[in-house]
Write a protein that binds this ligand. Structure first.
Ligand SMILES: [Fe+2]
Length: 237
C-alpha cells in the first residue's frame, strides 16, 4: 500500500474537526471521512488539484457539533455517502456495519463498530491507520451523555476493539482541542487520561460521569441536519 495511497488530514478551525482524505493514486479515486459542510469548497478544490474523483463520503457518526458535508458533496460529485446502518440516516447510500469494507484500488478500509460516544459510532481501519471519530481521541475519549451514549459500551469498544489493533496503528481522531494531530494505539494504551489499557470499566464510568460538559453549541442545528445528510436548508432553519 505504501506509495500508492494519498493521505491528507484537514482541519476545521471553528469546531476543531478533522476531515480525512484517502485516495488510490493510480486509480485517481478518493474518499473523505467526516467532511464539514462549511469546508466543502476547500475539500472539492483540493480533490481537483490532486486530480482525484470523489467516490465515497463517510461519516463516523451523526455529529452533534457540526453539519456534515456529505450531502453537499454527493450533490456536487455523485459520490456515495455512508454512515452506520443504525444511525437513522435514511438518505445515506451505504448503511455500514461491522466488517464491511470500502475499497478503492490499493486502499481498503475495514468498518469497525465502536459504539459508546453515540449508539451508532464507527471507526475505519486501513491496516496502518485507524480513524476513530469521537470514540477514541488523543489522550481522551468522546463524551457519552447523549445520542444513546454509554460509558460501559464505549469502554468495551476501546478496550476490546481499538486497543486490540496493532500497537503501531496510527490513531487519527475526529477532533482535537489541544493541537495534537495523530497518536498511536500503544501511546493511548499507556497515556490516555480517560482510558488506559489498565483502566477498569468502573474507573472509566466514574471519569465519564464526573465530566460536567455543556451541550455542543450547535446540537439543535447539527443533529437534525445530519440525519438528513447535512442538507443546507435544515442547517439554516
Ligand atoms: Fe461526536
Amino acid at each position: 500500500m505504501q506509495g500508492k495511497v494519498i493521505f491528507r488530514q484537514l482541519f476545521d478551525k471553528e469546531t476543531s474537526t478533522y476531515t480525512y482524505l484517502l485516495a488510490d493514486a493510480q486509480l485517481g479515486e478518493a474518499l473523505l471521512i467526516d467532511p464539514v459542510y462549511e469546508n466543502v469548497d476547500r475539500d472539492q478544490k483540493l480533490l481537483g488539484e490532486l486530480g482525484l474523483t470523489l467516490k465515497y463520503v463517510l461519516d463516523t457518526h451523526a455529529h452533534a457539533d457540526h453539519v456534515t458535508g456529505a450531502g453537499a458533496l454527493r450533490e456536487r460529485t455523485g459520490a456515495k455517502t455512508g454512515i452506520a446502518a443504525t444511525a437513522g440516516v435514511k438518505c445515506a447510500d451505504l448503511n455500514l456495519k461491522e466488517g464491511d469494507r470500502i475499497s478503492l484500488g490499493q486502499l481498503s478500509l475495514r468498518v469497525l463498530a465502536t459504539p459508546g460516544h453515540t449508539a451508532a459510532c464507527l471507526s475505519f481501519y486501513d491496516g496502518e491507520r485507524v480513524f476513530t471519530g469521537d470514540s477514541l481521541c488523543i489522550r481522551s475519549a468522546g463524551r457519552c451523555d447523549f445520542q444513546g451514549g454509554s460509558s460501559a459500551v464505549l469502554f468495551e469498544s476501546i478496550q476490546e476493539k481499538l486497543y486490540r489493533l496493532p500497537d503501531d496503528t496510527l490513531v487519527y481522531p475526529g477532533h482535537d482541542y489541544q493541537g495534537f494531530t495523530v497518536s498511536s494505539i500503544a501511546e493511548e494504551k499507556k497515556f490516555n487520561r480517560r482510558i488506559r489499557a489498565t483502566t477498569s470499566v468502573a474507573e472509566f464510568s466514574a471519569t465519564m460521569h464526573a465530566l460536567k460538559l455543556d451541550p455542543p453549541k450547535r446540537i439543535h442545528v447539527a443533529l437534525p441536519a445530519n440525519l438528513e445528510c447535512g442538507k443546507p436548508q435544515i442547517q439554516s432553519a
